[in-house]
Design a binder for this molecule. Structure first.
Ligand code: ARG
Length: 444
């Protein structure tokens, strides 16, 4: 091999990240080999002693990783053999790097999913705290980014909660399919030794076996699923980011974000830029890219293992890191968000946000909804001409468009009246928002 080919084919620079999983897998395999009398009890003891030393060396940063030895598996095996001799050479009995790496990746991903689920929970707790503080804070709800109807800020935040709740479900679901044992498949066709796969699975906490040896070493669909769940999660955080960026703009001024999540400009002294949400929005693209990379990596591969699969790691690792960091930083950032209720109310006043409430009022008085819709449209136009909000129109003025209006209408046209009236499951009334928060806390 030329230096170039060595460098091209080696993966140790990035797959050494799997060292803990690799050692965990090897120890379970060795224990099974000894239990089945395929290797001796002394060999097992030697392997355990050698691996313990390797763990110490790696943790201390004293392990000499070598590109010559291609990948994490060969690096560790070689070192083991140097430390304990023949027992190290017996470790690979009944095993191949193909089922070994598939096992390592699944263990790694399972651990990563558990971390991500924890981080998601922490974010959601902080989100619910904010929603609780803002359960009754009126803000405009938008469609087409035009003021539509009053909602509470708490209700808006609970929409974010629901989005991330489904993300949680997706990761839990992916974890189930990830948590199966490939070891025993060996290179592709299984092995001639009397192995006990169920023992290894139990030892490593897998919930079941990969049931076909070819499939076990070949497919990375679980990693693709993880990237798909991550892409969806990032899509959600990108949307939240977009809203935060917008809300921070002085034209909105709906929220402030703590200074430590913003940066200034090197030329414009007055700037406070929402860097963190902008970056989250930007990093979403790279996670989509990783999903596409893995799908493309897989699509042309004949069974069983192909070296293409070595390329699964960097996209996967970067996805794990990007999602984890995004969750960590959002949990902190959300705790430092302050609502600016006065600006939210101003925006509501400018948008005739209670127009639907007036139409509903007329409908309750017996006007068919379509007619009520039209009458209110005319009233809105009149208010616009006068430069005032709907509730500021006089009773006489309102009656020009809808004769059935009486002075009980004004209570319905207030923002508070509008909010309180939306009092059903999934609704935006402060009462419902508080109930939804209690339900959400229970789920967590
Ligand atoms: N480094 C390889 C990978 O990541 C390990 C498996 C190599 N197997 C082989 N037959 N060359 O996929």
């Amino acid at each position: 091999m030329s230096e170039l080919v060595k460098r091209y084919t080696a993966s140790v620079d990035f797959d050494k990240r799997l060292w803990r999983q690799d050692i965990r897998g090897s120890l379970a395999h060795a224990k099974m080999l000894a239990g089945q009398s395929i290797i001796s009890a002394e060999d097992l003891a030697d392997i355990q002693r050698g691996m313990a030393q390797i763990v110490t060396e790696i943790e201390a940063g004293e392990f000499a990783w070598s590109t010559e030895l291609e990948d994490v598996h060969l690096n560790i095996e070689k070192r083991l053999t140097t430390i304990v001799g023949d027992a190290g050479k017996r470790l690979h009995t009944g095993r191949s790097r193909n089922d070994q790496v598939a096992t390592d990746i699944r263990l790694f991903l399972r651990d990563s999913i558990d971390d991500i689920l924890l981080l998601l929970g922490q974010f959601q707790h902080k989100l619910l705290d904010l929603a609780e503080r803002e359960a009754a804070t009126p803000m405009p709800g938008f469609t087409h980014l035009q003021v539509a109807q009053p909602i509470t800020f708490g209700h808006h935040l609970l929409a974010w909660f629901e989005m991330t709740r489904r993300d949680t479900e997706r990761f839990i679901d992916t974890r189930r399919r990830t948590n199966r044992l490939p070891l025993g498949a060996a290179a592709l066709a299984g092995t001639t030794y009397p192995i006990d796969r169920a023992f290894v699975a139990a030892e490593l906490g897998f919930e079941g076996l990969c049931e076909n040896s070819l499939d076990a070493v070949s497919d990375r669909d679980f990693a693709i699923e993880f990237c798909a769940a991550s892409a969806l999660l990032m899509m959600h955080f990108s949307r939240m980011s977009e809203e935060l960026v917008m809300w921070m703009n002085p034209r909105f001024a709906f929220v402030t974000i703590a200074d430590r999540f913003c940066t200034g400009s090197s030329i414009m002294p007055q700037k406070k830029n929402p860097d963190v949400p902008e970056l989250a929005r930007g990093k979403t693209g790279r996670v989509y890219g990783h999903l596409t990379a893995l799908l493309t990596l897989m699509k042309g591969q004949p069974l069983a293992y192909n070296k293409d699969n070595q390329e699964d790691k960097e996209p996967l690792f970067d996805t794990v890191d990007t999602v984890s960091d995004t969750l960590r930083i959002f949990a902190e950032m959300i705790a430092g968000i302050k609502a600016r209720p006065a600006s939210m109310r101003d925006a509501l006043r400018q948008g005739f946000a209670t127009a639907t409430d007036l139409a509903d009022y007329l409908t309750r008085k017996g006007v068919p909804f379509r007619d009520a819709h039209e009458a209110v449209g005319l009233a809105v136009r009149r208010a616009e001409e006068l430069g005032i909000d709907l509730p500021q129109l006089s009773l006489v003025e309102l009656q020009r468009f809808a004769p059935l209006v009486s002075d009980d209408v004004f209570a319905q046209l207030t923002v508070e009246g509008s909010l309180a009236a939306r009092n059903h499951a999934g609704g935006t009334s402060p009462e419902r928002v508080r109930a939804a928060i209690a339900r959400a806390r229970n789920l967590l």
